[in-house]
Design a protein around this ligand. Structure first.
Ligand SMILES: Nc1ncnc2c1ncn2[C@@H]1O[C@H](COP(=O)(O)OP(=O)(O)O)[C@@H](O)[C@H]1O
Ligand SMILES: [Mg+2]
Length: 344
């Protein structure tokens, strides 16, 4: 490791708002307990937007839920640590302490949150429930804060609080989800597939709002999505997941311009919004593995990999630094995979 690489790594560590190390999460299946996330390590540097991207089933939501120690039983975090600034290791928390952290430190907007509001209660009523669950004394203050956040996101706060879910558009519900996630002043915002169920216009609007609220509130944000186009528009940093592993990460622009893992290249190649060409945007060949089909030895991506070699069937590649602030888990030469044909 060169001095620069070492320094960059140390700096990132020092400024991380959230640090995940060696995280393994198991779900119980017919075939026993199987990992949905394996030895994952990721940092969310303070004040940045990190995009976590990968096809459906790669373990993104499982990793994101772990940040709140919210894996549903019979799933469990079997090893690893998740340090949150000012909180400590979330995997060690339970009961009241854990409930406190959810909401007050970590704000979470669930996948399909468009439908996660209670259809029978107004948003205001749900806000009160949230306040009570967190022993908020100053309910007026809570309402004021919710209205302030709603206004910040371009909504009429008073009107939103009086609304039922069915009275709000998909984009509005997503925004309400963000208001509820941030109303207790969480410093970390986690959004799971925030744009997935939305049309293109609402997608762009929601991304604008995430960007704005991220900046104005000084947040550390994680955006989980299967859509490379989304992360390319919003993320400062990028982590790519496949088969429960983080296979590549680094600064978003850098990763997009010179992807160093064949899976990242394939994802980018399949995204018309990035290649700018619907003709050449190729669908990824093959299908992503699930818990039961993911290879137990060697590289998880080898069966779909154009660069697969003998070693890939035998030894799992580790996520290693190959350039300053860039990591990849691949046995192939970085130059082989990094060349994009456009003068990289
Ligand atoms: N509650 C569960 N029980 C068993 N398997 C699960 C459960 N939740 C997710 N999985 C499996 O774990 C893997 C990762 O899922 P998930 O984290 O939802 O991926 P992603 O969010 O990237 O689509 C998938 O193979 C999925 O089928
Ligand atoms: Mg998911």
């Amino acid at each position: 490791m060169t001095d620069t690489v070492q320094l960059t790594a140390e700096r990132a560590e020092a400024a991380a708002e959230v640090s995940v190390r060696d995280l393994t999460v198991l779900y119980r299946t017919d075939q026993g307990e199987l990992p949905a996330v394996s030895n994952a390590g990721i940092d969310l540097p303070s004040g940045t937007i990190t995009g976590l991207v990968g096809e459906s089933g790669s373990g993104k939501s499982t990793l994101a839920l772990s940040l709140m120690n919210a894996i549903p039983t019979p799933g469990r975090i079997s090893s690893g640590s998740i340090q949150v600034n000012g909180v400590g290791d979330v995997t060690k928390l339970e009961g009241r302490a854990l409930r406190r952290v959810r909401g007050r430190a970590l704000g979470y907007v669930f996948q399909a949150s468009q439908n996660s509001l209670n259809p029978l209660k107004t948003v205001g009523k749900q806000l009160m429930d949230l306040g009570r669950a967190h022993d908020v004394q100053d309910m007026r203050g809570l309402v004021r804060r919710a209205k302030e956040l709603a206004d910040e996101m371009g909504m009429d706060g008073a009107r939103v609080l009086d609304s039922y879910q069915h009275e709000l558009s998909g984009g509005m519900r997503q925004r309400v989800g963000i208001v509820l996630a941030l109303v207790l002043n969480a410093r970390v915002l986690i959004l799971d597939e925030p744009t997935t169920a939305l049309d293109m216009l609402s997608q762009a609007a929601v991304l604008d709002i995430v960007r704005k609220v991220h900046r104005q509130e000084g947040l550390t944000t994680l955006v989980v999505t299967h859509d490379m186009g989304v992360v390319s528009e919003i993320a400062d940093r990028l982590a790519v997941m496949y088969g429960g592993r983080i296979v590549e990460d680094g600064p978003a622009m850098d990763v997009l311009q010179r992807p160093a893992h064949p899976y990242t290249r394939a994802l980018i190649g399949a995204t018309a919004r990035i290649t700018g060409d619907t003709e050449t945007a190729r669908a990824l060949p093959g299908r992503p593995p699930d818990l039961t089909t993911v290879p137990r030895v060697g590289c998880v991506f080898r069966e779909r990999c154009p660069l697969a070699m003998d070693v890939c069937a035998e030894t799992e590649p580790q996520l290693l630094t190959w350039a300053p602030d860039r990591r990849r888990a691949c046995h192939a030469e970085p130059t082989t995979t990094a060349a994009t044909g456009e003068g990289a």
